[in-house]
Design a protein. Sequence first.
Length: 298
Amino acid sequence: MYEEAQLYSPVTTDAAGDVTVHLAHDHPGANDPTYRARRSEIAAAALAWQPGEPAPLIGYSEAEHEVWRTVCRELAPKHERYAVHEFRVAKVRLALPTDGVPGLDEVSALLEPLSGWRYLPAAGLVPLEAFYGSLAERRFHSTQYVRHPAVPLYTPEPDIVHEVIGHGQLLATPTFGELHRLAGIASRRLRDPENLRFLSRVFWFSLEFGAVVEDGELRAYGAGILSSYGEIEEFRAMTHRPLDLIEMGTADYDITAYQPVLYVAESVAQVVGLVGGFFERCDDESITAMRARAQAVA
């Protein structure tokens, strides 16, 4: 299993105050010193940010803007074909720029009037408690770096493309934006780290990699699918299982490959009723009982 921390390259600060992002040896930018330096520069800006300040304004390069343009161009027809209706409507209403990478405050200015959500800058991994807790206040932590330009349609970790094109347009919807918020409220009720990890896996298999039958077709509502050029073409061919909170909350997953198993809802109403109901009612006692039932079956 790949734990939450492995979704991001570690970020460290040395005694001199220099910030370094440590890319894995097989990361597309691992052997590109310019890219590595750029990642560290953007991470340093996020670490220097203080709550209440404007988000760091990153002066994106032409190569970074071209990555954004490529992703927007390639995903547009796939969203029309595969995304749930609410996402397609929200995409039009939000009207993210497609000609270059937007700043986080620019995205917030478009998003907040629609659904009250704002973005907060992150250098990399945000601890589970902080990330999920902020969702309760309609605040979403986001990285600001752009994937390596050699592979504009792939990233081994969440970049601003995933955070904004995937999650941002979901946050603009009434249904899925509210599910993000409910997940945040739920996280604040939990004291056991294992129960928070259970919640994070339910989030993973729904709001990150969820699919649903809508108008007789299988459509995606998970941000991980909706922001992935390759995965959005493949999700209909994966192994599909019905929504099952205990399975979702205890299943292993590997972020280095397409998700081979997806939990498919019969309708958006079922997502709201089952996943949303879990977020609304779960606490340490109920999740501990669910984990115990999973262990008894194993």
